[in-house]
Ligand binder design. Structure first.
Ligand code: NDP
Ligand code: HEM
Length: 510
């Protein structure tokens, strides 16, 4: 990519602002470096002695520059900004984030899902859209996507689903048989698949897409009253998508297209007084009584809450106004955990959310180490007072406070206020068992509405084309099964898809 945009001029900018301030080179112990680009040698053409500590340190650090990439969502970009609350939600939540006019600093990371760290930004894939709120009550992580729903409703399926989307362990290539085999065998994924293969499946960069917390969460007010809640963030830049041909071209000519666009949009907004990228935040609310009477399972992440019944309520806006100053320390080391919920915001019986509440912190401990929460970008602004100590890269002391509880030395105690914002006692009933029939609950009625009511003729045509262009790469029996699933959504969709696939000369007839 050969332009002189803000991203390309980063070094020039740094030079302009810093050249006069830069001191002499010093090593990581702060000691002056004699010659940054020459090894110590015994004679002009001689050997390098081990005491060339500068060389040893340079190579030693270099060997450790890479850490494991995220098992999913490895390729991404991020930025910083703030969330401003525009509607007081104290009727529903005690969270300070939702007190009128409160401003909360945030970090956002966007990502693709299946590709490795160096993969192209312009592929058809959901986009991760994760927000870290640095609240005065601790870290709240809203780890969402650009789609309101997901491929599955049971966390035990996640590793299997991801295996089918990532590289085949023999060929080390993406495998279209595995991709469509898994999806066509799990009809609960069809809603998400239809959104993914619609025009919105390849957003134009990260700025022109909506975001969704996707799960059902709970809001808890000062009287411990609970309301179920969905979080939605709509782009103020307008929806813009890439057509598949342009996306494919960009994957070759500018694989970092979305990251570049985000960096430039923020840098140039600062420079040229253009607007910073921003999103308007909404909630949908459902009382526990409504949930009990609901025709669909409100905790099933493969389903949306229809807007007609549960209207969007505008609650705030967030703006991204600052690029990272070091990608690795501030974005690669960002660690989002769906279990990071602050007072007034809680989880729900959404099974997938329950699974995610374990998964992420475990992944961070592997990827970043036991003390990942001590990294500046993950640290809560209100401090930590707990009983965990030590471990790799432990940075903070807790000022000599006891590391056990109970103790008789005045160590930190439970906050008496906590009783006012913890969720009310919840009653769960039922027999412990495996319930695979849950997977079959009403997988088609919402996708049918999407096909029949939401998509216009043009959008239907692209969905069929996009599906056919991908399904045609799988073997014939998988193609057949996939068509059968889409036919259960709608005869019309199934017929159009079959017809499109039959136009492809690789196959005889479905
Ligand atoms: P509405 O007509 O009120 O909403 C339809 C929604 O679909 C709008 O939010 C619209 O977004 C969004 N949309 C339009 N095209 C696409 C696309 N290609 N991919 C993803 N979303 C798209 O209907 P209901 O709330 O009754 O929902 C009907 C169906 O719409 C659902 O079954 C679901 O498939 C889909 N949908 C529903 C959402 C929800 O939370 N209720 C959210 C997204 C999709 P926009 O406003 O930007 O045009
Ligand atoms: C990243 C697991 C479902 C959004 C990750 C990571 C894991 C994971 C292990 C990597 C974490 C890291 O190393 O930093 C799971 C499991 C799921 C699930 C087990 C289902 C049971 C979802 C859903 C969404 C989602 C439903 C969105 C609604 C994300 C995002 C990231 C991510 C945005 C990247 C966060 C970042 O930018 O660092 N997921 N995931 N995931 N996941 Fe999930």
């Amino acid at each position: 990519m050969c332009t002189r945009d803000a991203a390309a001029r980063q070094l020039e900018e740094w030079s302009k602002n810093n050249q006069d301030k830069v001191g002499y080179a010093r090593n990581s112990a702060g000691v002056a470096i004699v010659n940054p680009a020459t090894s110590l040698t015994i004679g002009k053409h001689g050997l390098i002695p081990l005491r060339d500590w500068q060389l040893v340190e340079r190579l030693g650090h270099f060997h450790r520059e890479r850490i494991p990439e995220r098992i999913v969502h490895a390729k991404g970009a991020g930025a910083f900004g703030e969330f401003i609350c525009t509607r007081d939600l104290s009727k529903y939540t005690s969270s300070k984030v939702f007190q009128l006019s409160n401003k909360t600093p945030i970090a956002v990371r966007f990502s693709t899902v299946a590709g490795n760290m160096g993969s192209a930004d312009t592929v058809r894939d959901p986009r991760g859209f994760a927000i870290k709120f640095y609240t005065e009550e601790g870290i709240w992580d809203l780890v969402g996507n650009n789609t309101p729903i997901f491929f599955m409703k049971d966390p035990i399926l996640f590793p299997m689903f991801i295996h089918s989307q990532k590289r085949n362990p023999v060929t080390n290539l993406r495998d279209w048989d595995a991709f469509w085999d898994y999806l066509s065998l799990t009809p609960m994924s069809v809603h998400q698949v239809m959104i993914l293969f619609s025009d919105r499946g390849i957003p134009d960069g990260f700025r022109h897409q909506h975001g969704f917390g996707s799960h059902t969460f709970s809001l808890i007010n000062g009287d411990r009253k609970l309301t179920w809640c969905k979080f939605i963030y709509k782009t103020n830049q307008g929806i813009k998508n890439l057509d598949p041909a342009t996306a494919e071209k960009l994957a070759g000519s500018d694989p970092d297209y979305a990251a570049r666009d985000l960096y430039n949009a923020i840098a140039e907004a600062g420079e040229k007084s253009k607007s910073y990228p921003s999103w308007t935040m909404y909630v949908q609310l459902m009382t526990p009584e409504q949930a009990k009477k609901s025709k669909f399972d409100p905790f099933d992440i493969t389903k949306v809450w229809p807007h007609g019944e549960f209207p969007l309520i505008e609650v705030g806006k967030f703006v991204l106004n600052s690029n990272p100053t070091n990608y690795f320390s501030q974005i690669e080391q960002l660690a989002f955990s769906p279990n990071n919920l602050t007072p007034g915001i809680g989880d729900s019986p959404d099974r997938l959310l329950q699974g995610r509440m374990f998964s992420y912190q475990d992944a961070h401990r592997y990827r970043l180490g036991a003390n990942f929460q001590q990294l500046p970008v993950n640290r809560p602004p209100n401090g930590v007072a707990n009983f965990d100590r030590d471990g790799v890269m432990c940075i903070f002391s807790q000022q000599g406070a006891p590391n056990y509880y109970p103790n008789s030395f005045g160590g930190p105690n439970a906050d008496p206020e906590a009783a006012t914002w913890t969720p009310p006692p919840q009653h769960f009933d039922g027999y412990e068992n495996y319930y695979p029939e849950y997977y079959e609950e009403d997988n088609f009625s919402q996708p049918r509405v999407f096909w029949e009511r939401v998509l216009n003729e043009g959008a239907k045509k692209s969905l069929v084309e996009n599906l056919a262009n991908s399904i045609k790469c799988a073997n014939r029996s998988i193609q057949k099964r996939a068509v059968e699933v889409f036919t259960k959504v709608s005869e019309d969709l199934g017929t159009k898809l079959r017809k499109k696939l039959n136009q492809n000369d690789r196959i005889v007839h479905l």
